[in-house]
Design a protein around this ligand. Sequence first.
Ligand code: FO1
Length: 325
Amino acid sequence: MSATARSVTVLCGGVGAARFLRALANVHRVSDTTAVINTGDDTVLHGLHISPDIDTVTYTLAGAIDPERGWGLRGESWRAMEALQRFALVKPTGSEAAPTWFNLGDRDLATHLYRTARRAEGASLTAVTAELAAAWGLEQQLLPMSDSVVSTMVSLREEAIEVPFQEYFVKRGHNVLVDALRFAGAAEAPLTQPARSALVDSEVVVIAPSNPLVSIGPIRALADVDDLLAARRESVVAISPIVGGVALKGPADRMLRELGHEPSVVGVARLYAEIASTLVIDPVDEASVAAIEAAGMRALVTPSVMSEVNVGPELARRTLAAARR
Ligand code: FO1
């Protein structure tokens, strides 16, 4: 499947993007929907290739996500993780074996086993992601942003070290001050051909309500992406993940502040003004419309908190309409 004049492409992080794609399925053909998904969060643990944002999107669209956590599978068991605890006492100092700070459910492990085995056979991440989506019966085209390794690295102020994203987010509970971000490998990582086609040929591009710095940032750091989006800016619409100065999920508000951005819809508009024409904001932020326009974007005011009943499909419908105006 390739992008067509009727298709919609969504730039995605994890939970917020997954919920938007689920809502979009009510108002747009799923077979004409492409998700280009951040892989800067990917990690290797136990020798397994784990792609958290791809899996969050896949499980959510399949109706299999754990709704409270927003990651992993619903009704999951944790026998493998419990069994790993046995080795904690015998593990030599300095060994990285059997980490238990990153929780992999028993059935979720099957996804990582399959991805890792297929990668070892030489399959690209794009191919494996499509196979996993097909296994869950999905019709959307799910694409990793690149087949090359890109790693989001986070500089921690107090410890004065740089760590891979999951060591910041999960190991430290994103509870520490951040100094800087780096997307290692991004400058040399090409967009895949299907991802490029999705960005160039689709009718509409939506930037999902994901963290602009660590979810959308790695996608934008790939060569050409900002230029491709800027060239079609009129049909690119972003949905703010910040509502009333607070992140819908995760540490985006704190991270924006710590990295010198305003943790508000206006701060989000300043980050996206060069690549998107419209910012979708919740009525809570209506007073910021003039400031968003001053930052160079139109504002579309519509309820955007998708955990509230019936909000998602109307948000999706109005977002598409804004891109087509
Ligand atoms: N997030 C956590 O806060 N703790 C975990 O133990 C954890 C495990 C995990 C396993 C598989 C997976 O696909 C995601 C997982 N996540 C976990 C979520 C994930 O690491 C983050 O939410 C994203 O990387 C941020 O987008």
